[in-house]
Design a protein around this ligand. Structure first.
Ligand code: DON
Length: 346
């Protein structure tokens, strides 16, 4: 009897110790894993909540973008262990537009080192509209970043290769590797933008005058325009985002596209300039590095965990999809996946 009682006592002590241990560790842990059902439900809830949302308007300064169905609404999450969750329209492709800028930036850092961007382009948020000429003038072409048009065209000019074809081919294969499949060009969008992008041509010439353009400015602008016309669906975008989340290795194909050190240099610029002059509001609300494009896509990712993408063409005044911002905000809140949520130590 006595021995049995003592055994129970030891068992109780053991259970209390386990409880205290788990409780402490749960207290320390940030939320870093979710069930498949949680991902699916978060996507579905955002879709249901925003499916009738109509705020904003398609971009129309590129005439072809005005023709895209404004109702298009697709959402996807790709985890760093390669699971894919989708909701809404997942097959329709849109032009990647400014989201392209982060992948070209990554490729330049990967091939030429992080100082190349730091010294030849800059990594500071301009706080101005993405095609601002004043932003160039203020600092004679310095103090900009690869995610606004001037810095992006300069970044494209820094891609390895002596000719237009060599640079373009390297960009295209890099994008294919990020997405894990061969992507196409939206030819009508490319031609539409090439015929109307006098402002970008002027930006490239102005940077050239300040010796901050590293290839023929007209050709660099054309390669940049083509890179913006690469066609992607929402699953492609989420896979590309998840490749960043997974330290530069595509979580589905397992191919290393860039190093994790390269990704670590891309993240801060996305966090401070990914949504242009609204980047502060974005990171304040969502906590994840993100990037938008005037084609209607937005990507974001939780380093180490997952990439997320939403496509919805109606934009706000800053050029960011309204419904994509709202959806990602909703999903992040529901999953508790803001990496700045740190529970205090007990
Ligand atoms: O150069 C442009 O104006 C477009 N190809 C890309 C701009 C863009 O996507 C800005 N994004 N929100």
């Amino acid at each position: 009897m006595k021995a049995e009682f003592r055994n129970h006592g030891i068992l109780k002590l053991f259970l209390v110790a386990i409880f205290l241990f788990l409780n402490n560790n749960v207290g320390l842990a940030q939320r870093k894993s979710w069930t498949d059902a949680e991902f699916k439900t978060a996507l579905k809830n955002a879709y249901e909540k925003f499916k009738d949302y109509k705020e904003g308007a398609n971009a129309n300064y590129i005439p072809e973008l005005d023709k895209v169905d404004p109702e298009l609404f697709g959402l996807a999450i790709v985890t760093t262990d390669g699971k894919i969750f989708t909701e809404g329209n997942i097959s329709t492709e849109v032009s990647i537009q400014s989201i392209s800028k982060v992948f070209t930036m990554a490729k330049v850092i990967e091939d030429s080192g992080s100082d190349e961007i730091l010294e030849k382009v800059g990594v500071d948020a301009t706080g101005m509209v993405f095609n601002s000429i004043i932003a160039i003038e203020l600092n004679q072409g310095k103090e900009i970043n690869p995610l606004v048009n001037p810095g992006a065209i300069a970044t494209t000019s820094l891609i390895n290769g002596d000719t237009y074809e060599e640079k373009w081919n390297l960009i295209k294969t890099t994008f294919d590797d990020f997405a894990g499949r061969k992507l196409n060009i939206d030819q009508p969008v490319y031609e539409s933008e090439a015929a109307t992008n006098q402002r970008n041509q002027a930006i490239a010439m102005l940077l050239n005058a300040y010796e901050r353009m590293y290839f023929d400015p007209a050709e660099a602008t054309d390669i940049y325009t083509k890179q913006c016309a690469i066609a992607v669906n929402v699953k492609d975008l989420a896979t590309m985002a998840s490749t960043f989340a997974n330290g530069g290795t595509n979580p589905v194909t397992k191919k290393k596209v860039v190093s994790y050190q390269t990704v670590a240099h891309v993240i801060p610029v996305m966090a401070t300039a990914g949504l242009y002059d609204d980047s502060g509001q974005w990171i304040y609300n969502v906590g994840l590095p993100g990037k938008s494009g005037v084609g209607g896509g937005i990507i974001a990712f939780y380093p180490g965990q997952f990439g997320i993408a939403v496509i919805s063409p109606r934009l706000d005044a800053a050029g960011n999809s309204v419904r994509a911002q709202e959806s990602i905000k909703n999903i992040v809140a529901e999953l508790g996946s803001n990496p700045f949520y740190v529970q205090p130590r007990k």
